[in-house]
Design a binder for this molecule. Structure first.
Ligand SMILES: Nc1ncnc2c1ncn2[C@@H]1O[C@H](COP(=O)(O)OP(=O)(O)OP(=O)(O)O)[C@@H](O)[C@H]1O
Ligand SMILES: [Mg+2]
Length: 344
């Protein structure tokens, strides 16, 4: 459905010299600074997937989305969206795609929302029947009727996001680009927006590319993840594989009884001296605030066998089990990427 091949985007900005003298100098000298926002990236997105496109601030996500939606032209490489190059054929592309930029609305500021919708209906030549059917669906999943008569400028951020989402889907596009669709929303509205995205995907089978800094969005919505860092792809694969490869981790937190004389070394030795543990896999140990934590992989150990071993020798007061979240994994990957950068 989408093919990105060796895509690069370099932004050239003219250097500003300080002060009045600088401004005059600027008139005569043309010096540019170059920023490689996207650096030779390639990936493919299959029809019907929901893909999380993530990376830290300034990684190049919005730039890629702008190229895929035809707003920007690549410096080199190319993008095919459903067989066409978006920046070469913006009108045709616009019929196939829907876009939401969470940071700003695409709706007419002063128009009541319902008028914005009928405008879009005409622009996209949506039939009366389709329009009615879709509006009913969006009203159901997004609760539009609460604010549909209000001018867009009077909408709250959450209402505006719902309105933008409905507007981007009015022509039932094959592909939907969502650039930070949950930014600035409270937890309840975030959940509603996620649920709406899921329902839209289930009903229309829309291919969705979503950028976000909220990893809960990824966890709940995306089956695929592409991670970029400094304009380069650092991970591309299934969300589940990511969790399997990087984060099949479990952390067992233990609080020992007060009268238990225990230190890190004796806890470590308990496992090191037992071959059925030391030969089976790796355990990691940490201690903070009177709480001992033992980390291990789900593939190698079970929490119960570790707990059993400890209970043979020590008394514990309390324990909890945590599994590594997608957030931890992504943090790890961001960190590795920046470590590799410093090494280069
Ligand atoms: N029009 C532009 N002119 C010059 N530089 C730009 C332009 N647009 C983006 N950049 C630069 O390109 C880099 C990538 O920006 P981009 O907006 O794609 O990042 P992002 O991954 O979307 O980040 P965020 O998570 O903060 O939204 C940044 O360093 C940014 O300053
Ligand atoms: Mg962005």
């Amino acid at each position: 459905m989408i093919k990105v091949e060796n895509l690069s985007k370099v932004f050239k900005t003219s250097k500003k010299f300080p002060g009045l003298f600088g401004s005059i100098k600027g008139l005569f000298t043309r010096e540019y600074t170059e920023k490689k926002a996207v650096n030779n990236i390639s990936f493919e997105i299959a029809s019907g997937d929901i893909v999380g496109y993530i990376g830290s601030n300034g990684a190049g996500k919005s730039t890629t989305i702008k190229i895929m939606t035809g707003i920007l032209t690549p410096t080199s490489g190319r993008v095919l969206v459903d067989g066409i190059e978006p920046y070469k054929n913006r009108q045709l592309n616009a019929k196939k795609i829907g876009v939401v930029f969470g940071q700003r609305t695409q709706l007419w500021w002063d128009l009541p929302l319902n008028e914005s919708f009928s405008f879009l209906k005409d622009i996209y030549e949506v039939s009366e029947d389709d329009y009615k059917e879709r509006m009913k669906f969006f009203t159901d999943v997004l609760g539009l009727d609460e604010f549909i008569m209000q001018p867009v400028r009077t909408l709250s951020l959450g209402q505006r996001m719902k309105a933008d989402l409905a507007a981007s889907l009015l022509h039932n596009p094959k592909i939907l680009f969502l650039d930070e669709p949950t930014i600035g929303l409270d937890v309840v509205v975030k959940e509603k927006v996620r649920k709406a995205i899921k329902e839209i995907h289930a009903k229309y089978g829309t291919t969705i590319i979503l950028t976000t800094h909220d990893l809960q969005d990824i966890e709940e919505l995306c089956s695929k993840i592409i991670i970029i860092d400094e304009g380069r792809v650092v991970y591309n694969g299934n969300r589940e594989d990511l969790q399997k490869n990087f984060g099949n981790g479990i952390v067992l937190n233990l609080r020992f009884s007060q009268n238990e004389k225990i230190d890190e070394t004796s806890l470590k030795n308990l496992f090191l001296e037992d071959k059925s543990f030391s030969e089976k896999g790796e355990l990691s140990f940490a201690f903070s605030d009177g709480m001992y934590s033992i980390g291990f992989s789900k593939d190698e150990f079970s929490s119960s066998e570790i707990l059993k071993k400890i209970l043979q020798k020590y008394q514990i007061e309390d324990f909890s089990v945590e599994s590594t979240s997608i957030e931890d994994i992504v943090k790890k990957i961001y960190n590795t990427a920046s470590l590799e950068r410093t090494r280069l």
